[in-house]
Design a binder for this molecule. Sequence first.
Ligand SMILES: [Zn+2]
Length: 530
Amino acid sequence: MNGLALTSLDGADTIGGSKLLLEWEDHGVLLDFGMNFTRANRYYEEYIKPRGTTGLLDHVMMGTLPDVNGLYRTDLMHPDLVLEGRKVEKIDAVLLSHGHIDHSGDIGFLKREIPVAATAMTAAIVKASQDSSRNEPGKEPVYFSERCVRETRGTQLLCSGRGGVLYRDYHLLDEPPTDELSRFWRFVPSHALRKKPGATELIPGRFEHGLESVDCEALPVDHSIKGACAFIIDTPNGCVIYTGDLRMHGLRHGTTREFVSRARASKPYVMIVEGTRVSKEDEEPKHPSVTEEEVKETADSIMADVGGGLAIADFGPRNIERLEIFLDAARESHRKLAITAKDAYLLHAMHMIDTSIPVPGDDMLVYDSPKGSTGKFEEWVVEHEYTDSLVRPSEVGRSPGDFLLSFSFFDMKNLIDIKPKGGHYIFSSSEAHNEEQIIDFVRLGRWLSRFGIEAHGFRIGDDEKPVFESSDGPLHASGHASADDITEMVRAIDPDVLIPVHTESPKWFETTFSGEREVVLPERCRTIEL
Ligand SMILES: [Zn+2]
């Protein structure tokens, strides 16, 4: 490869699932390697999933992973799988923009020789998320045990072998790993808390500062998760900008503005830009522009009015700005915010990188759900790290006005232990995107009415479908830039070539920037020579 080439291995025309391959000379980088929910939801739901014992087979056959040679872990190659796609020669690293699953979720399928380069915060988030998830092939971005073929009743299955736990190399682009983070990196909950530790060997990879083989810079941007960055990649054929996901209207919009001025100064040849919120031609603009400040005002005013009953907020605690909003709202209404053990584990990891991130203590507690599943990471949170900051269901039941519970739909079963008599549920997250989520909201509505709890932020309409509106004021701000902000950003950075990704409306970019600069629309697995 002499010039510069870009191949969208996936995510060309969907929101999420970004898997971009950028190549020049004898170098190659993957810009994110996320899970494509849109593609997966075409075939799968809760009760039909890719099988855990067939490695890559189900994923490649059903197109939820691209058919490419030279990328994947050989231990996940099922004997029935034949890869017919192009051969990828050399990958220097995955440049991971942030820790959302639609950007990071398929890294575990990549061969171990491909390292990940990310900010320290993103690495910590990805590691904590793996620790608190089930071990499925592919859902192992940081460490894994190699699978081996086992024959059962004439079929060949890929099962966990007896080898050690292998780590992938991670390169932290913004800061060197601290001792605390390095210890956390080597901590595998299921391994550390086992009765007889040491039975399985941990085989570490490199975990260090900087990436030598590629000239790239990670610039912080504001998004709905901490640690998000955009990349400036300097190649002999010109400078390439990759925005990842970003926004201009969050509380930390200054970081995005700083990125824009640095990107402009690099005089980029190519800019690969996200377009989540740009609309199709015949559509109204997606989502009215709401800021986090407006969400804060609404949350505060609801909490001031809820009285002494049970209050629940559903906001996805990895969205730290939103966590801070509800932690403040809890304080002002003299309540303590109670989060799940899984969320506590994630915050604990994030706090290692940024000590301003709250962890359980005086005004934030861990909801100790004794009837919940006790994963090893939960055992660690509840029995080892935050033993003094636990709250039991009976305490919440006795004095519901003392707490604000951070629960999602999937935590609703805890209401059976709490036995609330009425209360309020504040939905402060993104609305349903697919049929399955719509059904979940209908179920959530039933749980709430069974316990006499009033919903804010959504209601179930007469047609038994959720309606996302809030008479109290806005309760959700998008993590993505508006179409106007994208336009302004592109003109400010001023690349020669613009490549839209992470959008269902790539044509919007052609229309908006026609006659102004070259716009190239990617197609799945087609290589664009730049
Ligand atoms: Zn994202």
